[in-house]
Each structure stands twice: as C-alpha cells, then as structure tokens.
Design a protein around this ligand. Structure first.
Ligand SMILES: O=C(O)C(=O)[C@@H](O)CO
Ligand SMILES: [Mg+2]
Length: 267
C-alpha cells in the first residue's frame, strides 16, 4: 500500500484544528498535510507534529484573499510582489515544520485575460519560487484542479501541468497529482499514473471518492486497483512520495466520523 497522509483541512473536522494531529496519529497516520497553517504559530504546529510522531508532508502557500474567492496568485499579472511575499512566508513555515513540499495554487484566470500572458506570469513566478525553494532544499508543487470545484481555475489538466514544469525546467518543481480532479476532468487515471509517475515530475498524490469527494471507497473510482498501480510504478521508478487523503468524510457528520470511514485504508 502507498504511504497515506491525513489532510487535516478535510479530515477530523469533528476536532479543533490543533487537535486533529493527535486524532490522525491515533488512527495510524504517519504524515499530515493541510491547506494553510498561517492562522497558527509555526512553533505550535511543530510541537503537535513532534508530540504525535507525525511528518508534515505538504501545505499550501498563501492563496491571496481566500475569503474574497481568490484561489492563488501565481498566474496573475500585477500580483507578483504579493506572490513573492506569500511564498517567503511559506518557506518560513516549511523550515519550522520541516516540510519538504509547498503547493502553489495557480489562481483564477481573470475574465478576458489572454491565456499566454497568464502562462508567462505563471512560469516566471514558478521559476522564482522554485529557485528560492531549491536554495533551502524544498519542492514546489502545482496542481491541476477541476473547474466544477473551482470555476475559472487556471490549471485543469495533467498535460498542461507537466508542460509547465518542463517549460520552467527547475528540478524541484513538480506536479501534485490529485486523482479526484483528474478523474473529473479527463479520466483514464490508471494510465495517467503509468504515464507520469516514471517521469520524476510527480511530487505528491491526493485521493478522494468521485464525484462527491467523500471516502475513497464511495464513488466511481476503484482505489484498491489504483493503489496497486501506484505501488507497481513507484517500485519500478524509485518514487517514494505520499498519497494525501483529501476528502470530506461522509461518516464525519457524526462525532468520530473520520475514524469510522477509514475502512478503505485496510482493504
Ligand atoms: O483542492 C485541492 O485539491 C487541493 O489540493 C487544495 O490544496 C486546494 O488547491
Ligand atoms: Mg488536491
């Protein structure tokens, strides 16, 4: 089986954020990820990781004004200095949390903007971020996201993400391959794992049931088969990353619900 990390933004919502670390460790997780740590002092989170023997495997750089609907700044002309300041803050947290990967969200394509101009800004920002991250031994990840969950999101497809990584040409810029988004946008998930994992450009996986984003054993994707494919290709290619469990537990509507829905992990 792959190594699974609990996404603490979506799992364990029956607990306050800082208590989700203990809950994930009690269920056997060795790694955690989440969207944003910035509401809490990095030292406080680091203590939770230490206390519960957890590894921080991923979090996101600041996305702009999330409450106002922004979903990243990386492709937005004119927002470069804000992008850089946010990424610098992410690097400070990554150091304190000993986290090897930072996810940079692309952002929403502004209505009427020329795609080529957005792509040029995206690549320039990613090249800058990758260089900053490289100097302190961290990876930058980009993630294609389906346009139903985030209408207008700039990056939707795996092939576009891989072309961007190749165009930037930084060894520590990689793709966050979320199988949930991939299934919704393009399908053929197993073959895409076989296509992209051996390239060395996949930095991380994430999973959820499709289409409702509940537990992986609910919905149209057969995850036991996909886990076997990941294991097989990882073994052949030497890939040693994590699979983030980024779903909203359906059984989480009741106290203790995240744990009740983890049966899929033991299949
Ligand atoms: O929504 C997802 O999928 C994610 O991985 C979050 O980090 C938001 O991009
Ligand atoms: Mg994801």
């Amino acid at each position: 089986m792959p190594r699974f990390a609990a996404n603490l933004t979506m799992l364990y919502n029956e607990h306050a954020f800082l208590d989700r670390f203990a809950a994930a460790a009690a269920d056997g997780f060795l790694g955690v990820e989440y969207l944003f740590p910035y509401a809490f002092p990095a030292q406080e989170i680091a203590a939770r990781l230490r206390d519960h023997g957890l590894q921080q495997v991923l979090f996101n750089a600041p996305p702009g004004d999330w409450e106002a609907g922004e979903r990243g700044l990386a492709c937005l002309p004119g927002r470069e200095s804000e992008f850089r300041a946010g990424f610098a803050q992410a690097l400070v947290y990554a150091e304190e949390l000993d986290c090897p990967r930072i996810h940079v969200m692309a952002g929403l394509a502004p209505a009427g903007a020329e795609r080529a101009a957005l792509q040029a800004t995206y690549e320039a920002n990613l090249a800058w971020a990758a260089a900053q991250a490289q100097s302190v031994g961290r990876e930058v990840l980009i993630e294609p996201i389906n346009p139903r969950d985030i209408p207008g999101f700039f990056l939707n497809r795996q092939d576009e993400a891989h072309r961007t990584v190749q165009a930037v040409g930084a060894p520590n810029l990689k793709v966050q391959f979320d199988l949930y988004h991939c299934q919704i946008v393009e399908g053929d998930v197993a073959m895409k794992i076989r296509q992209y994992l051996p390239t060395g450009r996949v930095g991380h996986f994430q999973i959820a049931g499709v289409p409702m984003r509940h537990e992986p054993d609910l919905g149209e994707l057969h995850h036991p088969y996909l886990f076997d494919v990941i294991d097989e290709v990882a073994l052949a290619s030497g890939w040693q990353g994590w699979v983030g469990c980024e779903y909203r537990p359906q059984r989480g509507a009741v106290p203790g619900g995240t744990r009740d829905g983890l049966g899929w992990m033991r299949c």
